[in-house]
Design a protein around this ligand. Structure first.
Ligand code: TXA
Ligand code: MG
Length: 334
């Protein structure tokens, strides 16, 4: 049964890590910070713990989980093969905000991979995530610590609010640094495929391993689904989000919402803010914008605005991941 009781939020110090690790070893689930967003972790080798994660998030059973490991050697144990690109990328970016999809080893339970033949692996850089992985001594499957379809959490408070009554404990490691989810790269097929853009860009990956494919935006229904999660309603605030291109007049949209008694929120991008009721300025720098974006969306939802306006980012590749998340928030249905 779910209640509104908020989970306990404890600092990610030695005592907090020890308590969280004990819960994890006992088969429970715990939220913890990573450098990207907060994750909801459970022992990846324990199918009962995995069932708890799906239940707490309301996540559809066909959407597989990312398994977190303390280092590349541990990650390698969960993959059936370890191709050269995995070796190179692991050396270059682990620990860090990169997830690699590889053929799964036999020890990985079906529920982690949603029955598929591949497993997503990541070595997080956040010191609290590292300490927790080492203290728990088990691989941790950890999706973002939010209800399915909602905006990922970048603070412990976001988690406590979003998963109230559903989890026992949140380790508080402050606001996350990257701010959006890891880059997901599929290395299980003949060509590397970018399943989810992130702050490690396609260009950076290609510099390391050569050409990386990007799946087409439209996909026929009977085509294989390389990343089930990317087809879900995703990363969406409660209020509808509208992307403004540079020339668009925000005034008309704002008037329409106010005429119905609603208030308008906006996230800006360096420039002068639209004349909204609640304006959260974000910097015109892709890294710093990504760091602040989800916090701004959570805040605007808390303020109860009826519409969120966001200025569309510039077309260059540095903004690919941010543009992807804004597009998903603006058009939440696939
Ligand atoms: O930054 C992150 O990756 C965060 C932190 C907590 O590590 N985690 C995260 O997990 O964003 P989640 O579950 O919210 O998103 C995982 C994405 C989903 O789109 C899922 O479909 C995809 O990775 N994925 C997981 N396993 C996969 C697999 N075997 N093949 C293809 N895609 C997979
Ligand atoms: Mg997620």
């Amino acid at each position: 049964m779910t209640t509104d009781r908020r989970p306990r939020v404890v600092p990610a110090d030695a005592a907090g890590i020890a308590e969280a690790a004990a819960l994890l070893r006992a088969g429970d689930i715990v939220a913890f910070p990573t450098e990207t967003v907060y994750g909801l972790g459970g022992n990846a080798l324990d199918p009962m713990a995995m069932a708890r994660i799906y239940e707490a998030k309301g996540r559809p059973a066909h959407n597989p989980l990312i398994v977190h490991l303390p280092d590349a050697a541990a990650a390698r144990c969960l993959a059936a093969t370890w191709p050269e690109p995995a070796e190179r990328l692991g050396r270059r970016w682990w620990p860090g905000p990169l997830t690699l999809v590889l053929p799964r080893a036999a020890c990985v339970p079906d529920i982690v991979t949603a029955g598929g033949g591949t497993v997503a692996l990541r070595v997080p850089a956040h010191p609290a995530a590292q300490a927790l992985l080492r203290a728990a001594g088990v691989p941790l499957a950890a999706p973002s610590a939010n209800r399915s379809g909602e905006v990922s959490p970048t603070t412990a408070a976001h988690v406590a609010r979003g998963l109230a009554g559903r989890i026992p404990l949140v380790l508080d490691g402050g606001a996350t640094d990257v701010g959006i989810e890891s880059t997901v790269l599929d290395l299980s097929g003949p060509m590397p495929v970018l399943l989810r853009p992130g702050m490690i860009s396609r260009t950076e990956l290609e510099r390391e391993i050569g050409p990386v494919e990007v799946p087409g935006r439209t996909r026929l229904h009977d085509e294989p689904r390389p990343s089930p999660g990317m087809l879900e309603r995703h990363y969406a605030p409660r209020a509808p989000l509208h992307l403004l291109d540079a020339e668009q007049d925000a005034a008309r949209l704002i008037r329409a919402v106010r005429a119905r008694g609603g208030r308008v929120g906006a996230v800006t991008l360096g420039g002068p803010p639209p004349d909204a009721d609640e304006v959260i300025p974000l910097p015109a720098d892709a890294d710093r914008y990504a760091r602040g974006l989800y916090g701004a969306l959570h805040r605007l939802d808390e303020l109860g605005v009826a519409l969120i306006l966001a200025v569309a980012p510039p077309p260059d590749a540095r903004w690919d991941a941010v543009r992807d998340r804004l597009r998903r928030a603006a058009h939440p249905s696939p």
